[in-house]
Design a protein around this ligand. Structure first.
Ligand code: ARG
Length: 348
């Protein structure tokens, strides 16, 4: 919002309300899912005889050009059009005329935003799953090299019994394997198709939700339209997964900070993942480990924020739910960044 206001409060009430309402600054990252979802919806409307085939053709062609424009950086998003759904639909109608307006038949932004978020989450789950496996592999490789490397094992941070470095690293490997299983659980919550719920009570148009689900590769559809537009449990599940994963990464980070200190002196970090000090040349600060440990706090914060946002809401959609996005997107970025940088760091 600071961006929209240029960091200052506008004195103009309309501008202020528009900026406060708008989610376009952050939900524009849903553009791909919004367009793919709309294309599937339009195809279904055509197949069910709800809109004419010529309209479907125009809508699909129009949406494809909008997709190309966004990807080429040739699309200007308007704050006054509030969100990604209205930005794309308004541009479509501008380009193809009245057929564009027919795209909204049997649909509301309430089920549309739910669809976009489910699709987007499924895409990110695949990428995060790959990064997680890559990190597990990197850990395994280091453990393999050190199956004879002895080190002290600690309880109460007091030397307890001798262990191997491999034994220690494989403990994290097993934690990450469980994180992967949790991620698979998050997938099943995201793999339910909400479109067709309309604003709250479905639609009287003879739509075919199963066709949309099939086109978009969803395993099932929501059974209850009010549930489909109001719950954000799948986001809370993702944030829970992300919090547990970050907790594991944060504990490893803390150990890396300890081990690389002069007091422990167990490991030395590659220069790429540490910084020195010109005034104190003896130092090698474990910045990356510290940052991952630090960023864990903000992911916990996003989980807490989403739980609190949802707890007092009456069914069904309330604008409060627009607040589900920034924390979720930030958690996705933080997890991906942490996993990617850790795979590289651990290997060196
Ligand atoms: N930008 C809104 C959100 O993210 C989309 C849904 C808006 N629906 C509505 N009835 N205002 O939640």
């Amino acid at each position: 919002m600071a961006k929209l206001w240029g960091g200052r409060f506008s004195k103009n009430t309309n501008e202020l309300v528009d900026a406060f309402n708008a989610s376009i600054e952050f939900d524009k990252r849903l553009y791909h899912e919004d367009i793919r979802g709309s294309i599937a919806h339009a195809q279904m409307l055509g197949k069910c005889g709800i809109i004419p085939a010529e309209d479907v053709e125009k809508i699909v062609a129009g949406l494809e050009t909008i997709l190309a424009d966004i990807e080429a950086g040739n699309f200007s998003f308007e704050v006054a059009l509030e969100d990604i759904h209205m930005n794309i639909e308004a541009r479509l109608t501008e380009r193809i005329g009245v057929a564009g307006a027919r795209l909204h038949t049997a649909r509301s932004r309430n089920d549309q935003v739910a669809l976009d978020m489910h699709m987007y989450m499924k895409r990110e789950i695949v990428e995060i799953g790959e990064l997680l496996l890559q990190f597990e592999k990197a850990l395994l490789a280091v453990a393999k090299k050190h199956d004879r490397t002895l080190m002290p094992g600690y309880t109460h941070l007091q030397r307890a019994q001798p262990i191997t470095f491999a034994h220690h690293l494989l403990a994290y490997f097993n934690m990450l394997q469980r994180d992967f299983r949790r991620l698979q659980g998050v997938w099943s919550g995201a793999d339910i198709m909400p479109l067709g719920a309309g604003a709250i009570a479905g639609t009287t148009f003879p739509i075919d939700r199963f066709d949309v689900a099939e086109q978009l590769n969803f395993g099932s559809v929501y059974a209850n339209s009010m549930d489909a537009v109001s719950d954000r449990d799948y986001i809370i599940e993702f944030l829970s997964f992300a919090s547990v994963l970050m907790m594991h990464m944060s504990r490893l980070s803390e150990e890396i900070c300890l081990w690389s200190s002069t007091e422990f002196g167990f490991i030395e970090l590659d220069d790429a993942f540490a910084t020195g000090s010109s005034m104190m040349p003896q130092k090698k600060n474990p910045d990356i480990a510290e940052l991952v440990r630090g960023k864990t706090g903000r992911v916990y914060g996003h989980l807490q924020a989403m739980l609190v946002t949802a707890k007092g809401l009456p069914l069904t959609y309330n604008k409060d739910l627009q607040e589900d996005k920034e924390g979720f997107f930030d958690a996705v970025d933080t997890v991906k960044f942490s996993l990617a940088v850790y795979s590289d760091m651990i290997s060196t």
